[in-house]
Structures are given as C-alpha cells and as structure tokens.
Design a protein around this ligand. Structure first.
Ligand SMILES: Cc1cc2nc3c(=O)[nH]c(=O)nc-3n(C[C@H](O)[C@H](O)[C@H](O)COP(=O)(O)O)c2cc1C
Length: 214
C-alpha cells in the first residue's frame, strides 16, 4: 500500500495550517487505498540549510538531515499543505524541501493551499520547485496522488534509477566548468556499475552510449 506524507508547511505560533492539515488527514484517512501520515515541520527543526555538499550528492553529514531524509524516503507520495507568504510558499517549507534530492525524486505530489487569497501563488511557486526535483505535481489531488505514487514505485525500486538521477543532476550542475569535465569519468564509472545506459539529461555532460560498451 502506498504511503502518503501530508506535509504541514507552516511552523509559526497560531498557524492556521494546523487545522488545514488535520482536515486533509481526516478526509484522506477515509480512503482505504493508501496509508496517510501527517508530517509536521515543527517535529523536524532543520536549521537553514547547513549541508556542505549539494543534496543531489546524497552524502548527508548532519544527523538532522539524515533523520529528515529517512522520513521523506519512507513515503511514496505527498500532499503539501502550504500557506502563502509574500506570493510564495513559506521559508521553512522551502528550506525543508531544499535539504534533500533523491528522496523526492519520482514520487507524486499534490497541494492544498490557504491564505488571504487562497494560496494559489504559493502552489505555483511549489510547482516550479517540484519540477526541479523530478516530483510530478498533480492537480486532481488524492485520486491522482495515490494512483501516481503507486505507479512510480517500480521506477524508484532500482539502484539504476538513483545513479542515473544523480548523474543527470550532476551533469547539469557542472557541465559548464573544468570541474565538470574532471568529474565525467567518475559519473561514467558510477553509471556503468549500475545501469545499462545513459538517461535523458546525461547528454548535457557528454555521456554517450559508447561509454557503456564493456
Ligand atoms: C509573512 C506573511 C506573508 C503573507 N503574505 C501573504 C500573501 O502574499 N498573500 C496572501 O494571500 N496571504 C498572505 N499572508 C496571509 C497568510 O497566508 C495567512 O495568514 C495564513 O493563515 C498563513 O498561514 P499560517 O497561519 O499557517 O502561518 C501572509 C502571512 C504572513 C505571516
């Protein structure tokens, strides 16, 4: 059964988000086709991003990051409950998202927003963020979140997928510089260990099919 995390994206005292998130949990829990759990960011007090390496490397050094990563990794999909702060989402939620990378990849996400004007701009902001994380953003909420969470599971189950995601992301980060060229053999070695060929995005880094002929 798919596991869906309902992320409460507001932590301030007197937050309205708590009522909204509990309502979402209550409605979602009437379904029998997935397990739903409320994830309150107050329970994961992350400092402003303090990891020395980009999250796409997956080499987390801090215990608070590892705990957050383990929690997010345990879910197949998410419903993000977001306030609108200054036409975007909350800083605390953006920070919590930025901490991780692979743990978000190829899972499904839906949004519930609220605010003085309904929070639509916060959701538009989060859609852009989700796009960069390979986290498909859905419109028709729970039906689609549950269905896509299950559908994407086989893709996530392969080590190949994780290696390819990392390579693709690294390629885009570093393709412009000499550091990028220096890392090319490392990425190819990593892909060779785990995969049967390059993925979309690898071309940015000039990784070719020939690199995979043994
Ligand atoms: C810092 C801040 C900025 C806000 N900016 C907006 C805004 O741009 N648009 C809007 O519709 N509401 C805005 N609001 C109103 C909030 O969306 C509303 O107060 C909501 O309840 C905040 O969520 P919370 O109570 O869970 O923190 C803002 C509130 C705060 C605290």
């Amino acid at each position: 059964m798919s596991r869906i995390g309902i992320i409460l994206g507001s932590t301030r005292p007197n937050r309205n988000g708590e009522q909204v998130a509990h309502w979402v949990l209550e409605v979602a829990s009437r379904r029998r086709d997935a397990y739903f759990e409320l994830l309150d960011l107050r329970d994961y007090p992350l400092p402003h991003l303090d990891e020395p390496l980009p999250p796409s490397f997956g080499q987390y050094q801090n215990e608070h990051t590892r705990q957050w990563a383990a929690k997010i990794a345990s879910f197949d999909g998410f419903v993000i409950v977001t306030p609108e702060y200054n036409h975007g989402t909350s800083g605390v939620l953006k920070n919590a998202i930025d901490y991780l990378y692979a743990e978000w990849n190829n899972k499904a996400v839906g949004f519930v927003s609220y605010g003085s004007a309904g929070g639509a701009r916060a959701v538009e902001h989060l859609r852009l963020v989700a796009g960069e994380l390979n986290l498909p953003a859905l419109n028709t909420m729970l039906d689609q979140v549950v269905a896509w969470s299950a559908a994407l599971a086989p893709l996530r189950d392969t080590a190949v997928h994780a290696a390819k995601c990392a390579a693709s992301y690294s390629s885009r980060c570093f393709c412009a510089g000499s550091y990028g060229r220096a890392r090319r053999p490392v990425l190819i070695a990593r892909l060779r260990q785990n995969s049967d060929g390059p993925m979309v995005g690898a071309h940015d880094f000039d990784i070719r099919a020939e690199d995979f002929r043994h």
